[in-house]
Ligand binder design. Structure first.
Ligand code: FAD
Ligand code: SIN
Length: 520
């Protein structure tokens, strides 16, 4: 198969890119599960954008820089925020319906770290609304083909022409991807003039996560193996408030917007505790709140803390948070009468595939968009609801850049077919599933919210054993999605640990007891 644009991923990043790129050529979108099963679909709080006075671009820029602990790239922050209003208009033009107040203005919510009300939302199911409307636009377009349950295994570069490629090579070029076709059960070659990695997050390397099962760091691992640049992986964001319900995967999120509406974190004695940690209380940036919750759980020895929303007017639940209300009710918790048990969970990767201000990676003809990318927007900690925005801004910019260049790119033929020689069907799936469990346990206990040099070293050593065993298994196994995911999760976990070991300080989401922050 040959296409102009090969887009790996059908979340907000992949779909919004495709909806722009369709004007410039044929687009093929891959999703490794059903096209609608993405992190995008689960987003609750909404999308941050500057809409009305008294908000301003400068205020949103400042909030983003503060949350990112000044590690964010100021130019990228300015680009993202000043383009926010236009990109939200794109969503509205594609049919996305954001809630409005009685006066007809958009009903803006507030979340942790935001100095103004600026989060556009569709009740507490903003992501579902975006996912559906973008998918509806894409699925009927003659220039867009969506291949569901197709798994991208590797990016194709000069390496697959038999040439030597190392991390020091400066002219690496991407020619498409090797993709597992579920109908033939074979790995096939898709050649593309331009390839876009939009594979989402990494949450499943941890035991408890808000991310759907598709979030296994595939794109990051593929780019790392192709010798592209990856950075900032130590900055894994844990969301402070997911519903305590052991064994539910993904963990059900209790949006930060509920705290924005007045809900307060409380300990087992019913006391509000966030004031002990930060003057902004329950609405402090996410890294601070997640660490405080983790600390309170350790002090009390209990498995969760509480979110108290009992004082909120019932209409707030019915109008803005109906899904949270009914989910809690399904577990016997009436959020207007009972406190909600909450626990932190791995939520978002602030690091990822390095890209420039056009979403271009260090590899030619290869772009990375959305959560798998590292634009420089989030620094050491992402400001709530800046992720959907980042995806839109950089999809638009990448399309502008790629559309200009595609006229001069030829499809590269003569690539070797996937070599499956010497591989057999793996009958021992237990080896894969048990390794995934081990990996999640290592990452949760040694590379979680609070870290130390010793824990990181232990994680590193254990991960190396899993790496060796899995590579050995992979070399003689017929390709399956599950073994590829395990391989990608090991690679992602390795990158997180490697970066965390290098950072000899506590900063933002990376907190080590060996390097206490200079001031809090
Ligand atoms: P995704 O939406 O995750 O899509 C990834 C796609 O890649 C999927 O189609 C998947 O099938 C495909 N894929 C992956 N690997 C492969 C492969 N090997 N081969 C083929 N296809 C592959 N952000 C906000 O800004 N505001 C919020 O309110 C908000 N709430 C959130 C709530 C939850 C519960 C979660 C989990 C996240 C939330 N976030 C929020 C973060 C935000 O939703 C995500 O960062 C964003 O949706 C990621 O979009 P994406 O397009 O990059 O990836
Ligand atoms: C939330 O709704 O609390 C999540 C928002 C985000 O992850 O940006």
């Amino acid at each position: 198969m040959e296409v102009d644009f090969l887009v790996i991923g059908s979340g907000i990043a992949g779909l919004s890119f495709a909806l722009k790129a369709r004007a410039f050529g044929k687009v093929c979108i891959l999703s490794k599960d059903a096209a609608q099963e993405t992190s995008t679909r689960y987003a609750q709080g909404g999308i941050a954008a500057v809409m009305y006075d008294p908000d301003s671009y400068e205020k949103h820029i400042q909030d983003t820089m503060i949350a990112g602990c000044d590690l964010s790239d100021p130019e990228i922050v300015r680009i993202t925020i000043t383009e926010s209003t236009e990109r939200v208009k794109d969503l509205i033009a594609w049919g996305v319906d954001f809630d409005k107040t009685g006066s007809g203005k958009y009903d803006l919510a507030k979340e942790g770290g935001h100095s103004e009300f600026r989060v556009l939302h569709h009740k507490d199911a903003t992501g579902l609304e975006i996912q559906q409307k973008l998918y509806d636009q894409a699925k009927n377009d003659p220039n867009i083909e969506i291949l569901e349950n197709y798994f991208a295994v590797e990016l194709i570069t000069q390496h697959h022409l038999g040439m030597m490629v190392t991390k020091h090579s400066t002219d690496i070029c991407c020619y498409g991807a090797y993709v597992h076709n579920p109908h033939t059960n074979k790995v096939e070659t898709i050649l593309a003039k331009t390839t876009i990695v939009a594979t989402g997050g990494i949450g499943n390397v941890y035991g408890n996560t808000t991310n759907p099962v598709v979030a296994t760091g595939d794109g990051i691992a593929m780019v790392h193996r192709a010798k592209g640049r990856v950075r900032g992986m130590e900055f894994v964001q844990f969301h402070p408030t997911t519903l305590y319900n052991p064994n539910e995967r993904p963990a059900f999120l209790i949006t930060e917007a509920l705290r924005g509406a007045g809900a307060v974190l409380k300990d087992w004695h019913g006391n509000s505790f966030m004031e002990k940690y930060d003057a902004r209380g329950s609405l402090a940036p996410r890294d601070i709140v997640a660490r405080a919750v983790d600390h309170e759980m350790k002090i009390s020895g209990e498995h969760y803390v509480f979110l108290d929303a009992r004082h909120l007017d019932k209409s707030v639940f019915f109008n803005h948070f109906p899904n949270i209300y009914s989910k809690c009710l399904s577990m016997g918790i009436d959020a207007t009468k009972d406190m909600i048990p909450v626990v932190p969970a791995a939520h978002y990767s602030c690091g990822g595939i390095w890209v420039d201000k056009w979403g271009k990676t260090s590899i030619d003809n290869l772009y990375a968009l959305g959560e798998c990318s590292s634009t420089g927007l989030h620094g050491a900690n992402r400001l709530a609801s800046n992720s959907l925005l980042e995806s839109l801004v950089f999809s638009h910019r990448a399309c502008q850049h790629a559309a200009e260049r595609i006229k001069n790119i030829e499809i590269h033929r003569g690539i070797k077919e996937w070599n499956a020689e010497g591989t057999v069907s793996n009958e021992e799936m237990i080896l894969v599933t048990q390794s995934i469990r081990e990996l999640q346990s290592i990452m949760s206990y040694y590379v979680g919210i609070v870290r130390s040099d010793e824990r990181l070293q232990r994680a590193f050593d254990r991960m190396y054993i899993l790496y060796r065993e899995t590579e050995n298994l992979y070399q003689h196994s017929v390709v399956t999605k599950r073994i590829c995911e395990l391989r990608n999760m090991i690679c992602t976990a390795y990158l997180i640990i490697r970066e965390a070991k290098k950072r000899k300080e506590s900063l933002g989401l990376h907190y080590s007891i060996d390097y206490p922050p200079k001031q809090n």
